[in-house]
Design a binder for this molecule. Structure first.
Ligand code: SAM
Length: 262
């Protein structure tokens, strides 16, 4: 049965209020990229778009926010829907526990490590250069599309049963995608950069959408910011539903969606 033509909507508002008005049981994938508990107002330029990541009530206030967001997303998933919660070292461990509470430990699918190389050094610890995306499924029959990636070889010995290919990077084989994704962080001079603070790269979201949805499925992003996940959904023939509390974020998401051509 062919699904309806992909379409979408972006709503301005606090997701905790908006969620009750959204259709239940329809999202195949909910990607949540909330504030990370950085304790800062996030902005790239003084007069550019920004959002608040300050929590005067400390960890308890932040955790209550995170818990309420996840609880509001859950009923919007299909019975086999997948939730992907994107955080970093500040709160990823709390997020994982909240997801286990809501989806049971058996709902765990993957902890995807997004590995990147950005500036900034510390003399006291190793560079903190990865985020975690915790993926849990609401049911056992969730969508999972196996993607293959190139694995470059240091040498050619011992590969008698595998096909070896070659390109400008050297000799490689095709292997199943691992849960560590090396994808460059966005730079200000890239075409896709919309100037939004903590904007995620399209390549990251396209990969996530490709792994866990089928064409025509609905991708929900309750903290959509500049709309990266929504653009990925559109480009891959999925429907999209974005929500953000910020007016500028919604404006950017709508603009990027209108420019994204299938
Ligand atoms: C990390 S940013 C999302 C960035 C986005 N993934 C992108 O690539 O542009 C977090 C977003 O959550 C939004 N936000 C925070 N609290 C919210 C809430 N209660 N409801 C909806 N959006 C919220 C902020 O306005 C901000 O745009």
């Amino acid at each position: 049965m062919s699904k309806a033509r992909p379409t979408g909507e972006v709503i301005e508002g606090d997701f905790l209020d908006v969620a009750a008005t959204l259709p239940r049981g329809t999202a195949a994938l909910a990607y949540i990229d909330p504030p990370f508990f950085s304790g800062r107002k996030r902005s790239n330029r003084g007069d550019g778009p920004s959002y608040d990541d300050r929590w005067p009530g400390g960890p308890a206030e932040y955790l209550s926010f995170l818990r309420r967001m996840l609880e509001a997303v859950k009923p919007l998933l299909t019975p086999n829907g997948v939730i992907a919660l994107h955080l970093d070292w500040r709160a990823a461990h709390h997020g994982r526990l909240e997801l286990e509470r809501l989806f049971t430990p058996q709902g765990f699918v993957n902890e995807i490590i997004w590995s990147y190389k950005t500036g900034g050094l510390s003399k006291r610890w190793l560079g903190r250069k990865h985020d975690s995306i915790h993926v849990f499924a609401a049911g056992r029959d969730y969508t999972f599309n196996l993607i293959r990636e190139k694995s470059y070889l240091a040498h050619r010995y011992g590969y008698s049963n595998v096909e070896i290919h070659e390109d400008e990077g050297g000799a490689y084989t095709w292997t199943a995608l691992r849960d560590v994704w090396d994808i460059p962080a966005l730079r200000g001079n890239q075409l896709e950069y919309a100037g939004y603070p903590t904007q995620k790269p399209l390549a990251l979201l396209k990969r996530l959408v490709e792994c866990f949805t089928r064409p025509g499925d609905l991708v929900l992003d309750p903290c959509c910011g500049s709309g990266t996940a929504l653009v990925a959904a559109k480009l891959l023939g999925r429907s999209w539903l974005g929500v953000d509390a910020g007016k500028a974020a919604v404006g950017l998401a709508l603009q990027r969606l209108s420019e994204a051509k299938l």
